[in-house]
Structure formats: structure tokens, C-alpha cells
Design a binder for this molecule. Structure first.
Ligand code: AHR
Length: 495
């Protein structure tokens, strides 16, 4: 059987939210200090922000960046990080067992977002933090009133509110490593009460509930308890929900190439299950259709093997071509599931489990940078239906359960049509040794072809040698197209 891929440009499935290409910067390892903030370095601007990092993130058009954690946020007091720098307290940092100078805090991050041209997304301290502190943070960032914390912002040099829209109700509160770990019952109760108060402070904010993997009892429970509409008609608005999105986190990795590249397919199933749990909560709680359906905020995703790159050591992963293909499959998953994805944030944006690494003298773009760049540039607009017919991988997977729940064709495909009417199709051939000559139906030349591959699945980019990058060619659209072994190919044409 000749493998085939059929694409129908008129079969538009759903809009791809630009926030799918979000970032994440945590006070962890060299992400903030030495990553985005490096005062005194000739590569930094007058704020101490690394200009090469800013340019790289602008190239990706990163629309939103999560901050300040991650696990870090569970003991973070935002007031430590505002005001005169010489008066900011130095503290022990418990999540990653380091020290925090607080030299970089709220105003620095929000200024950095403005320079980059991105939106801020703050995570609230659900560990040692109080609701009063959280309310004060929202007031400091968003209110124009003549009140204490809004005035503190003015005193610190910022008249206009920052209008931070996205706020997360804690981070991984289910995790045994988390300071302030909770039961699902305790979390749901607290999250709902905090959400009510936070929306009373600023009804325009978007609140994100802390989920787990999307397919756990925690997810089912907290959704059921918090996605309601009948208890908070405060201010008279009965059409909104306190909770706007549900967050999930998954990292994938395997030492074996095929398992590594296929593992992100488990995230696809997790998204479908989460969407069903959201719908189930709405059905059981009789939430009317006038309340917009809560989307999924996949605010930590990536390839990460904590044994290979431990968190306490800054998690500086060295990514291989196999990892770049896994990231390509991850991104295909988000495009295919765009109907449910309101936001996704690669964890993380610089140095820590990141495609982008800084040195004192420049930046290094890892293997995973190149698929991310292609998707950020081209896979925008709306998802388009594709049908793939090819042989399947039928060996063991990590996690084990994927094989029983999703298809695993050797060619992993998604397609999008942008607002200019250009169609982009991303095809990942995860096979380590075999190329596939494919009958492409619905394609029309001339076609721009972008390929990401390398000599073998283990190759990495170093300061001395870029083993993986993007090569560009053209194709007239006639005959079969050959997708090389272990590669990502992006085809672009105007239908
Ligand atoms: O991104 C690294 C860490 O992974 C985050 O701090 C935490 O939320 C997750 O466990």
C-alpha cells in the first residue's frame, strides 16, 4: 500500500489560539539570572535585559510568558521583589534549594514583557502565600484607583496599570514536592474562594485552575467543584465563570528514540480527556451555554528527563535530534487539538529545559529551537483536516498506556491555514531508518519545503557545530513526496 496524506483546505476544524506559542520563565537555574536578565553584560540593554534573548523570543512572536514559577512560586512573596533594589531581602529558595536576591521582580518582569512585546501570565503563591497578598498583587498590577498597592506601584515609578490578564491559582498543588501540597478537596475549596475574591478585585482577569495531567482524579474533582455558575452572581454577572481555563502539565522523555518521539501522543489523549472532564463538570453543574466553555491551559510542556537534567542543577537539557522530533510531535498535537487549547507554554523559555541557551558571549539554538521556530512562524490561523494512511509503530511506548489509546502512524501530521490563505502542513517522520514516499492528495505546487533533520537521532547542537537546523527547497507538487527518515518536513503552498 502506498502511504497517503489527504488534506482538504476547505475543511477547517477550529481556530489556533496564538497563545499556543506561549513561554515560561521561572526563578530556576539560569532562566532569569544569566538568562533574560544579565546586568553588566555587554549584550544587555540599560535595564540589564539580554538583547539577544529578546530578539530570539521576538522571532518566535511569543505572545504570553508565564512567571515566576513553577515550583518556585510556592514560597514567593511578590512584595520582596518590588521597590528599591538595595532594600530587597535575600532569601533561601526552597523549591530548587538556592538563594533568591529578589533583584528581578514584578516591575522588572513586566517591563521586560513590554520590551519583548508579550503579555504577562502570573502564577499565585498557593503554598506560603495568603489571599491578601494575592489581592494586593492584582491591585498593584492592574488598578488605577487611589489605593495603597496601586499607589505603591506609582511610588515605584509606574503610573499606568500593567493590566496583567492571566493569573494561575497555584502551581502543581497536588505534587509531593510542593511546599503547601494539598488534597484535592482542600485545593478546590481554596481555589474557588480565592477566585471569587480575585474577580471582585478585578473582574477582567482570566483565572486558571491548577490541574494535574488532565487525566487524573485530581483533575476530575477540582473541575467538578470549581466550574460552576450559580454561586457568584456578585456584581450581577451571571454569564461569566470564576474559572476560565484549566491548567495541565506533562513532560515526556525516553532514552529510546521512537518511544521518545511518540510519547507526546499521550498528551493528545490527555487533552481529549481533560476536555471531556470540563464538559462533564459543566453538565453535572448545569452550567448554561452562555458561559463560555473553559479552555485548556497546557502551561508546562516539553521533553524533559529529570534524571538526565536534574532540577536542582538548573535542568540544562542538551537536546538531540530525537528530542527535536518529539517537540515537533508535541506541536502537531496542539495544532490537531486547537479546539481545546486556549494556551500552551513551553517549559521553559531560556536555559532551563529550553531550546535557547545563553553563554556570556551569545546564544545557542538547540535542536528543538528549529521546529519551534517553524511552527511559531507558520502554523497559525486555523487547523485544517488531514487524513493519514501509513504503517503504524506497534512496539512498546512510554508511557505504556499510549498504544492502547491512540494511533501511532510513523508519519505524524497536522495542517493549518493562515489568514493570508497559505496552507502549512507539518509531517514528522519518526522512523529512525526508513523514508516514506507518499502520495499527497489536495496539494498544489509550487510548494516551499522546510526540513529539519540531522545525521542521526542522537546529534546535538553545540557552540562549535550546528548539527540540526532548517534547510529550504522548492517542490513542484507533482508525483510522490519523499519524507526522509528521522525528520520534520513543513510544506507550504497556496491552495
Ligand atoms: O519547569 C520545571 C518545573 O517542572 C516547574 O517548576 C514545575 O511546575 C514542574 O514540576
Amino acid at each position: 500500500d502506498v502511504p497517503s496524506i489527504s488534506v482538504d483546505p476547505s475543511h477547517v476544524i477550529s481556530r489556533i489560539n496564538d497563545n499556543t506559542y506561549g513561554g515560561f520563565t521561572e526563578h530556576m537555574g539560569r532562566c532569569i539570572y544569566g538568562g533574560i536578565y544579565d546586568p553588566g553584560n555587554p549584550l544587555s540593554d540599560e535595564n540589564g535585559f539580554r538583547k539577544d534573548v529578546i530578539e530570539a523570543l521576538q522571532e518566535l512572536k511569543v505572545p504570553v510568558v508565564r512567571y515566576p514559577g513553577g515550583n518556585f512560586v510556592a514560597t514567593y512573596h511578590w512584595l520582596d521583589g518590588v521597590g528599591p533594589k538595595d532594600q530587597r531581602p535575600r532569601r533561601r529558595e526552597l523549591a530548587w534549594q538556592g538563594y533568591e536576591s529578589n533583584e528581578f521582580g514584578t516591575d522588572e518582569f513586566l517591563r521586560w514583557c513590554e520590551v519583548v512585546g508579550t503579555e504577562a501570565f502570573f502564577a499565585l503563591n498557593f503554598g506560603t502565600g495568603t489571599l491578601d497578598e494575592a489581592l494586593a498583587w492584582v491591585e498593584y498590577c492592574n488598578l488605577s484607583s487611589d489605593t495603597h498597592y496601586a499607589n505603591l506601584r506609582r511610588k515605584n515609578g509606574r503610573e499606568k496599570p500593567y493590566n496583567v490578564k492571566y493569573w494561575a491559582l497555584g502551581n502543581e498543588m497536588w505534587g509531593p514536592w510542593q511546599v503547601g501540597q494539598m488534597t484535592k478537596e482542600d485545593y478546590a475549596k481554596k481555589a474557588y474562594q480565592w477566585a471569587k475574591a480575585l474577580k471582585l478585585m478585578d473582574p477582567s482577569i482570566v483565572l486558571i485552575l491548577c490541574g494535574e495531567t488532565g487525566h487524573s482524579t485530581w483533575d476530575a474533582y477540582v473541575l467538578k467543584e470549581c466550574i460552576r455558575w450559580d454561586l457568584h452572581g456578585l456584581g450581577g454577572d451571571m454569564t461569566a465563570s470564576l474559572i476560565d481555563m484549566h491548567s495541565i502539565h506533562i513532560y515526556t522523555a525516553s532514552k529510546e528514540h521512537v518511544k521518545n518521539a511518540i510519547a507526546p501522543r499521550s498528551a493528545e489523549r490527555a487533552i481529549e480527556i481533560t476536555a471531556s472532564l470540563i464538559d462533564l463538570a459543566r453538565i453535572e453543574n448545569k452550567v448554561p451555554s452562555s458561559v463560555p466553555r473553559q479552555g485548556i491551559c497546557f502551561d508546562e510542556w516539553n521533553v524533559w528527563d529529570p534524571a538526565r537534567a536534574p532540577g536542582e542543577e538548573g535542568a540544562e537539557e542538551k537536546y538531540t535530534l530525537s528530542d527535536a522530533l518529539a517537540v515537533s510531535v508535541w506541536l502537531n498535537v496542539f495544532i490537531r487539538q486547537s479546539k481545546y487549547i486556549s494556551m500552551a507554554n513551553i517549559a521553559q523559555s531560556v536555559n532551563v529545559i529550553s531550546p535557547l541557551m545563553t553563554t556570556k558571549t551569545g546564544i545557542l539554538k538547540q535542536t528543538t529551537w528549529w521546529p519551534l521556530l517553524l511552527f511559531c512562524k507558520y502554523m497559525r490561523g486555523s487547523t485544517v483536516a488531514v487524513h493519514v494512511r501509513c504503517e503504524e509503530y506497534d512496539g512498546p511506548t512510554e508511557p505504556l498506556w499510549i498504544r492502547g489509546t491512540v494511533d501511532t502512524p510513523w508519519l505524524d501530521v497536522s495542517a493549518a491555514i493562515d489568514d493570508q490563505g497559505v496552507l502549512s502542513m507539518a509531517v514528522v517522520n519518526v522512523h529512525e531508518t526508513k523514508s516514506f514516499s507518499v502520495d499527497l492528495k489536495g496539494i498544489k505546487g509550487p510548494v516551499d519545503v522546510y526540513t529539519v533533520t540531522g545525521s542521526d537521532v542522537a546529534c546535538v547542537n553545540t557552540a562549535e557545530e550546528s548539527a540540526v537546523g532548517i534547510s529550504e527547497t522548492k517542490w513542484d507538487g507533482n508525483g510522490r513526496f519523499e519524507f526522509p527518515k528521522h525528520s520534520l518536513t513543513m510544506l507550504r503552498w497556496t491552495p
